[in-house]
Design a protein around this ligand. Sequence first.
Ligand code: ZN
Length: 501
Amino acid sequence: METKLRELRGRLAEVYDLNMANALLSWDQSTYMPPGGAAARARQMATIGKISHQKATDEEVGALLDDLRPYEASLPADSDDAALIRVSRRNYEHMVRVPTDLIGELYAHSAASYDAWVKARPANDFAAVRPYLERNLELSRRLANCFPGYQHIADPLIDLSDYGMRAESVRAVFAELRAELVPLVKTICAQTPADDACLRRGFSEPQQLAFGERVIRAFGYDFSRGRQDKTHHPFMTKFSLGDVRITTRFREDDLSDALFSTLHESGHAMYEQGIDLSYEGTPLANGTSAGVHESQSRLWENQVGRSRRLWEHFYPQLQAEFPSQLGDVPLDSFYRAINKVHRSLIRTDADEVTYNLHVMLRFDLELALLEGSLEVRDLPEAWNARYREDLGLTPPSDSDGVLQDVHWFSGSIGGAFQGYTLGNILSAQFFAAARAAHPQIDAEIGRGEFATLHGWLRENIYRHGSKFTTDDLVHRATGGPLDISPYMAYLREKYGDLYTL
Ligand code: ZN
């Protein structure tokens, strides 16, 4: 059995290496690659993606997984070997259903489509990306149809990023949350919005970069196993557990953009950096789902990063860095500015209270596209209509409307957005569990100390990688299933102090 397991690990490591090589090509595409590299890069990524898929679906892998069944059955379910075999089998059974040619088409198309989006967004040119989106919808449907027997065509795509969830279960959680959020948004937005002019006073890029990195270094992001670069749409990526990178973008007229996206991406990255090093080269060396991943980014960005306690420690340092911009701004005004609630157009800039409305409308539009009840050509108008309905705003351009997110232009349509709101819900649930276990966490945050919180997260979430499903992990870490109440309690308490609720 040991020989078989070793052989399985060897084959999985080859697949892992190819996928990490592709991740490096993709990182380069989004950071430093000159425009002339686009066409060849799309082809190269498709080639590697196909080879990886062929290796991952090799019959020998299937045979090894079959041979290892008795060994797996002899182990406790929570042993690493059992988890490795279980997760590898789940991936294998999934991947053998998808033809290698389709994988190649998906990779090639998404690289070409990303390139078109990068040009179309600043040019406000939806017509230029429409054919890419139509082709992507067709490919996404073909991908979903590799898994017949679904209830909703989005189910297989949702399952790919949030294993165990389906359109119906996501809709149920969203409906419950929406019923609580809509009146809260209404109450808050009827009041005078906070003044956030202090965040728009002109902040130099190198100083912003240095300050953001100072905060995430204190959080525990390990720069000896990571780095930060500039991009169009911030993201985290990794090439091994020893090389987990983040990206950001800067706006000199908006301090919060780069700062909070850096805190956000550091949360994703600390999750990956915290995975048990013995999982390297295996399918266990990944965060377990989009929702849990997002819970970690949102926890550091919002639960910690937009808390008053954090800024009691860091605000004097920020003022010292930017004396002419913030010297005359008291902590309380800064705290209100970074937690300003208002109806806005851009998801990534949205405050915590309205954010989920942005996600829910994208989720509904994805489902409508996949179902065929919405045509790509009607998408900009459908988008604008939902913004009017849910947020009372009409986007002045497609650049700030349907073209704002990279997701539909660089991956499948379906499964891309639900993780953001699941992540918000889970961020509050995990943070509440950590504080219940270690009540000193609040005071430590006020002193700029994060070791207890980081330690709890590493112990209960990070180190496990993909060993447990989301459902199992949430039960183990919090003692119950996914639950919106800690999140709503958090919003009510925090915004109850800032507004009259
Ligand atoms: Zn994120």
